[in-house]
Design a binder for this molecule. Sequence first.
Ligand SMILES: *[C@@H]1O[C@H](CO)[C@@H](O)[C@H](O)[C@H]1NC(C)=O
Ligand SMILES: *[C@@H]1O[C@H](CO)[C@@H](O)[C@H](O)[C@H]1NC(C)=O
Ligand SMILES: *[C@@H]1O[C@H](CO)[C@@H](O)[C@H](O)[C@H]1NC(C)=O
Length: 174
Amino acid sequence: MWKIKIWTKLLLALLVTIVAVEALVDRARDNGDIYIVSHYTFDGDIDDISTTTPKPADPDYIDFDEITHICNASFITPISNVLTFNSTGSLPDDNDTTSMCYFRCFFEKSGLMDNFKLNAELVRKYVWPATGDSIEYCESQGKETETNGCIRGFAIVKCVMLRALTDARNKPTV
Ligand SMILES: *[C@@H]1O[C@H](CO)[C@@H](O)[C@H](O)[C@H]1NC(C)=O
Ligand SMILES: *[C@@H]1O[C@H](CO)[C@@H](O)[C@H](O)[C@H]1NC(C)=O
Ligand SMILES: *[C@@H]1O[C@H](CO)[C@@H](O)[C@H](O)[C@H]1NC(C)=O
């Protein structure tokens, strides 16, 4: 008899968890294929739902590792492409739309970009201290001409990366 009770409880707990997970997934889907989960880190592991994750002290905290994981799950991109892009602002293959989608996803999910608009505050905090018209200039990339969201998003990310790399190189040497 007690066994049945325990099993009933377990089953109930599992059902509640599944319903919760499905609700979260549905909510995410409602926002389209690229949705922001910057402050939410569900990695598909049901066990994580029931435990409370400690809130990071920094309200702008972004779990970049988690975002890498999520974006790479949808748009598998070799780490070498990420490293190449990070150091040159270019991809090994100019027409690699999967990697473009990956970088767009990375910027969108981290909150650095929302619907092709850069979050100037977060970009300055995490990427580089954008000055002048950099933000507006990068946002305008592909605006009139590009209908593919990944290519347009990547053009903006690439612009940000190139400016960040250039500014870093231009640091005055005293
Ligand atoms: C993406 O996943 C593949 C295989 O699952 C892995 O080889 C690759 O290093 C991952 N890329 C990144 C950027 O983590
Ligand atoms: C990208 O480059 C910056 C320095 O320019 C470095 O701090 C960062 O860790 C690099 N990211 C990756 C994923 O290699
Ligand atoms: C990329 O595509 C363009 C035209 O769509 C083509 O001219 C170019 O050779 C391609 N580049 C690579 C590296 O495949």
